[in-house]
Design a protein around this ligand. Structure first.
Ligand SMILES: *[C@@H]1O[C@H](CO)[C@@H](O)[C@H](O)[C@H]1NC(C)=O
Length: 262
């Protein structure tokens, strides 16, 4: 079953990855790609590897994108997104706030509810302080976890603190990652307090008004889940914007958001 879809996805991945060095890993994993597009999309935009993308390209869209999960507040964020019927993106860690294996059911739920999953590194280091091999090792450790939990792994990542340098970007190009930045930075970790969360919301509104479209917030923060996310969702609705995944806001087919690791 899904053999045609899978072949199409593999073909698309090969075409899309032609400029990135393919590193065969975990040959024993069974690919189960969440394919929604079975036809080869010849109009698929070519997204760069190892270059930071800060803005959506599909008009009228906004990408709410969360870092540092899975954690104890992630499901509250999922509930709020479901209540508004919108999709978002989660850049997950392996072992940082929570442990990805202990919270594998949350990872599964994120995917099952139509959201996109990207990598945020295994242990949330400052990548700009690491060597190329150490950066690669961070990424591969999380890839192995994704392969075990999902059977496939993301082609999208966001770096901790949005920090990049030439070594980080060349490692991401080598591994075949689309590097996502942000054009709306909520500072929600700094303002994670019931009395200060409005500052993050005001920053969200201001940067949205200035043309921002890819959001940085954290599903690891209590007041992001409880206060900021509901407010952002109301604002998005009030402005008539469509909240979608990062991949969707870039017009990038969902078959290319993941790869099998083979
Ligand atoms: C990460 O490292 C860079 C380079 O040393 C430094 O400028 C930056 O402040 C560090 N960031 C954090 C969050 O420690």
């Amino acid at each position: 079953m899904h053999s045609f879809s899978f072949l199409a996805a593999v073909l698309l991945s090969i075409i899309a990855r032609s400029s990135a060095a393919a590193v065969p890993r975990s040959p024993d994993s069974q690919p189960r790609l969440p394919i929604q597009t079975s036809k080869a999309n010849t109009n698929a935009p070519q997204l760069p590897w190892g270059a930071v993308i800060n803005h959506c390209t599909v008009p009228g869209t906004i990408a709410l994108a969360f870092d540092d999960g899975p954690y104890i507040y992630t499901e509250q964020v999922l509930d709020a997104l479901a209540a508004h019927g919108v999709r978002a993106t989660f850049f997950l860690n392996g072992a940082w706030k929570g442990n990805i294996h202990a919270l594998a059911h949350v990872v599964q739920r994120i995917l099952a509810e139509g959201h996109q999953i990207g990598s945020h590194t295994w242990s949330h280091p400052n990548l700009t302080t690491l060597t190329h091999p150490a950066i690669v090792s961070e990424m591969i450790q999380l890839e192995d976890a994704f392969l075990r939990i999902l059977g496939f792994m993301p082609t999208y990542m966001r770096t901790p603190w949005l920090h990049v340098n030439d070594i980080v970007l060349s490692a991401m190009a080598d591994l075949g990652y689309h590097v996502i930045g942000a054009s709306i930075v909520t500072d929600d970790k700094q303002h994670d307090h019931p009395a200060r969360s409005w500052r993050s919301f005001e920053k969200f509104r201001t940067e949205l008004g200035n043309g921002g479209s890819i959001v940085l917030a954290h599903d690891s923060q209590e007041n992001t889940a409880g206060i900021l996310v509901p407010r952002m969702l109301e604002e998005v609705r009030a402005r008539g914007l469509q909240a979608v995944t990062v991949g969707e806001c870039l017009g990038h087919p969902s078959a290319l958001w993941y790869r099998s690791g083979q």
